[in-house]
Ligand binder design. Structure first.
Ligand SMILES: [Zn+2]
Length: 329
């Protein structure tokens, strides 16, 4: 099924504190987390200006207004990770509901904003930031988690078609559960050893992290673009691999910033010229510090996208829109 043009996909892992709870404290990451309230409206505005589609893979907890509502949707079958730090439920039980902390944990207003826009997609990032490759959890617990996410979203008349797995951990057996509950596609990882999330310990090794950091500035892993004809269903769910994690602006590596943006632009050009897909992703909280620099970089990329749209009919789709094209080809 050769296509006549390439596509830019952007997925955003929308998670607030739930995505970083095991690695950062609220006080250290406060600016990034609180500024998500500013970042999301601005992302929508900029994307609409350049006709770019966004897919917001959203944690189910964020749909809640408060702890009581969150707990009312929580599944009875909870993840039994060997490493208990991954389990958010003991943290939830322990925190006092305080007005000051609401914006770290819930975002129903932002979900309403995205949903009312209609240009973009709301996908799932599981209910509880569920880690499918961590020891101790089970497929039954994953299914309960996914059903909780589906139920809380249904209150807002949102139905999920796409999933982004937390930490990009992929467990192929679990895709049949996703298929059973209406998910058509997921974001896979780049086909390169440095992004292989099967062994989470190896992934966190300093040497691995250094390769991935260097790869943002220098072309080590390639462009990771691919034709539509190469993407595959696994247990009925389409794998739409990532091409690039769009790192936030780095002050210490400021001199290398133009190189990082150029690397993305070159990948986009390659995808546009060869009718391939370029799938970039990040978290809204990545833009919560150095907001102006991050948005300037993104606008430069969107301007480049516009040129490619004119020259090569390069286009932008949400994840589920891409999956539906594959279905009709
Ligand atoms: Zn996440």
């Amino acid at each position: 099924m050769p296509t006549e043009n390439g596509y830019l996909l952007i997925s955003l892992d929308f998670e607030l504190f739930w995505g970083v709870r095991d690695v950062k404290t609220k006080s250290v990451y406060k600016e990034n987390l609180l500024n998500v309230q500013k970042v999301i409206p601005r992302l929508l505005e900029l994307a609409d200006k350049y006709d770019v589609k966004l897919s917001f893979a959203t944690i189910g907890f964020l749909f809640a207004k408060n702890k009581a509502e969150l707990l009312s949707f929580a599944p009875s079958l909870k993840p039994t990770y060997q490493n208990t730090i991954f389990n958010p439920y003991s943290y939830i039980e322990s925190f006092e509901e305080e007005e000051n902390f609401k914006q770290y944990h819930y975002a129903p207003n932002l979900i309403d904003l995205i949903n009312s826009n209609k240009n973009h997609e709301i996908a799932t990032h599981t209910f509880s930031h569920f880690y499918v490759n961590e020891t101790g959890q089970t497929i039954e617990q994953f299914e309960s988690d996914l059903l909780a996410a589906i139920a809380i979203a249904k209150q807002k008349d949102i139905t999920f078609k796409s999933i982004v797995f937390p930490r990009n951990q992929i467990n192929e057996d679990y895709l049949s559960v996703c298929f059973k509950h209406g998910i058509t596609n997921y974001r896979g990882t780049e086909n390169h050893w440095m992004f292989d999330t099967t062994d989470t310990n190896r992934l966190e090794r300093p040497s691995h992290k250094m390769f991935r950091l260097m790869d943002a500035y220098f072309n080590l892993s390639g462009y990771n673009t691919y034709p539509l004809s190469s993407i595959k269903y696994i247990h009925g769910v389409l794998n739409i691999p990532s091409s690039k994690f769009f790192r936030p602006y780095s002050k210490p590596l400021k001199v290398l910033e133009p190189r990082r943006i150029n690397r993305v632009k070159k990948g986009l050009t390659y995808a546009a010229k060869h009718n391939e897909i370029y799938h970039m992703w990040w978290h809204p909280h990545n833009f919560g510090a150095n907001i102006e620099e991050n948005f300037n970089n993104l606008e430069a990329i969107f301007k480049h996208f516009m040129t490619l749209k004119k020259d090569y009919r390069f286009n932008s789709l949400t994840m589920s829109e891409l999956a539906s094209i594959v279905n009709t080809k």
